[in-house]
Design a protein around this ligand. Structure first.
Ligand code: MLT
Length: 234
């Protein structure tokens, strides 16, 4: 039977052999939710970049530069990190260079995996369907916050484990921890997350509507996947 494991923080990724695994990177609030939304609305590619200065340089190569630090749009960048900035017709066909506090760092640290996919509640069923058909073992990499574990990414990991569990064996205890967390939260995830550190951070920045949207399952039937250094639709 295939296995599934959960890396609760990118700082723990050295404990896993990713070379033969399909890695699902997740940053629910809000990087991977944004990426999924952007692909659902027709962007051509997203280049995830860990460093903000490197990302800014991409502007001179014709890329739209997007991202945030500590939740706020970076000065001089074209776009920030709200999914609502990636929903209109003007983003169709764009090539975006993207940097975020944690999400793009988690993608960088996952390089070397057999395959890297971008997951969020917004494309939960699409990811589930694909993983059920694939032959490879799975690792969910939670972006967390600056190396620490966070609630919302762990919750997503639990939701994905819950959907796959009948068919895929947990490799360790982290998938079981995440699934139990999800089962206790699933009836009202917004309420469950109301005390989480990043929800409090976003609320302080008056970013409220993103939270509920990013927790809404199955809005989009798309899976972004890393091909060389760019994300494209699978
Ligand atoms: C991140 O990458 O840490 C986040 O997406 C932060 C945010 O909410 O903008």
């Amino acid at each position: 039977m295939k296995t599934i494991d959960v890396c609760l923080s990118p700082e723990l990724i050295h404990l896993y052999d990713v070379s033969n695994k399909t890695v699902v990177v997740v940053d629910i609030l809000r990087a991977t939710s944004c990426m999924v939304t952007a692909f659902a609305h027709g962007v051509e590619s997203i280049t995830p970049i860990a460093d903000a200065d490197e990302c800014m340089k991409m502007k001179y190569k014709g890329f739209v530069v997007s991202g945030e630090r500590n939740g706020q749009k970076i000065e001089g960048f074209d776009k920030g990190n709200s999914p609502f900035e990636y929903m209109d017709e003007t983003i169709r066909g764009l090539k975006i260079a993207f940097t975020t506090t944690n999400g793009t760092q988690a993608i960088e640290k996952s390089k070397g995996a057999r395959q890297i996919l971008i997951g969020s509640f917004l494309n939960l069923s699409a990811i589930t369907k694909y993983l059920l058909m694939s032959d490879h073992n799975i690792l969910i990499v939670c972006a967390g916050w600056k190396g620490k574990i966070n609630l919302e990414d762990s919750l997503f990991a639990g939701a994905l484990v819950d959907k796959l569990r009948k068919h895929i064996e947990p490799d360790c205890d982290a998938p079981i921890v995440a699934q139990e967390l999800y089962l206790s939260a699933k009836n009202d995830m917004v309420k469950f997350l109301s005390t989480s550190s990043h929800v409090k951070r976003l609320n302080k920045l008056n970013i409220h509507k993103d939270i509920e949207f990013c927790l809404t399952p199955d809005q989009y039937d798309v899976i972004p996947a890393l091909k060389r250094s760019e994300l494209h639709l699978l």
